[in-house]
Design a binder for this molecule. Sequence first.
Ligand code: TYM
Length: 350
Amino acid sequence: MAKWVGGVETYLVASVTMSSTSTAQARVFSGIKPTGGVHLGNLLGALRNWVEDQYAHDAVYCVVDLHALTVPQDPAELRAATIELAHLLMAIGLDSELCTLFVQSHVPAHAELAWLMECTASFGELRRMTQFKDKSEGSEFVSAGLFTYPALMAADILLYDAERVPVGDDQRQHLELTRDVAIRFNSRYGDTFVVPEAAIPRAGARVMDLQEPTNKMSKSDDTSAGCIMLLDDLDSIEKKIKRAVTDTDSEVRFDIAGKPGVSNLLSILGAATGREPEEVAEGYSQYGPLKADTAEAVIEMLRPIQARFTELATDPGETARLLEVGADKARSMAHPVLARARQSIGLTAR
Ligand code: TYM
């Protein structure tokens, strides 16, 4: 499997408390929900880093199907989406020989540790989560799971002694909560959990909607014209980028507040070609060529992914087998940590 070509630069947020600073074999953990497909923001904000990290670290990646349940799902669609996401992650470059890839619900320790995390996080902390506010606002039915979601996410990460968590910028607050909960648990019950760091990319951490560039690109968005899905056909990707909203004057400049549309294109092109958006801006004086080059770079990035996806999708049995191997590996990593947490908090041995 080819190594990610562009090279991905990331920076770590916050410092490690219980663990040593990241080493060559630091444990990496991250997750993605199997709902609504995978978009360019997921790829540039997180998944590219996942691929890169599997070469240098002990990487553990999870299709977080339990997280998908915070909103009602069609059961057959959820099952199909879970397998499709696994295919897509492999098509992007995850190699089950190099990393541990599994489905969250196949490792029951996630749900069990989540309860301990719910009892360690405070109501006030969970209420302050901006994603909960955004997702619950205006909804007729708000599940209790949507509220406690960050406690399950903390459990996911802490269960693997993860030091590094590659995510996009929108997960920053959840990572801070995970750290706070781990530190609180450690100080109440004695050192139990490694306190993780978020690894957020320099470029691509917040890919914005092409039609509403002040909102992040999101799979739950109604305006599909603003969101590039990795499996969109290549012609429609070109059209979406060429129709992207730009700004009233015609100057090409990286200025997120003043020129959100153009800045988003510069960020996408920068992330796709391994350059800073300011540097990319120097090469353009008009929007047309910027859009054409952005479309070409995105298409060239997605073409091989789509081809590999088509190949892998022909053998869902093999994907299911690889996920089972991944779940066995994950269970053997998670069990000692869960046992440690149970012992620390005072549950009797079983
Ligand atoms: P999810 O499934 O919404 O997104 C998966 C990853 O994609 C990143 N991302 C973006 N990056 C840049 N620009 C965007 N517009 C954009 N949209 C999404 C996300 O930051 C994420 O890294 N709660 C998580 C899943 C999760 C998890 C975990 C992550 C569950 N447990 C443990 C890390 C560790 C989520 O909903 O991601």
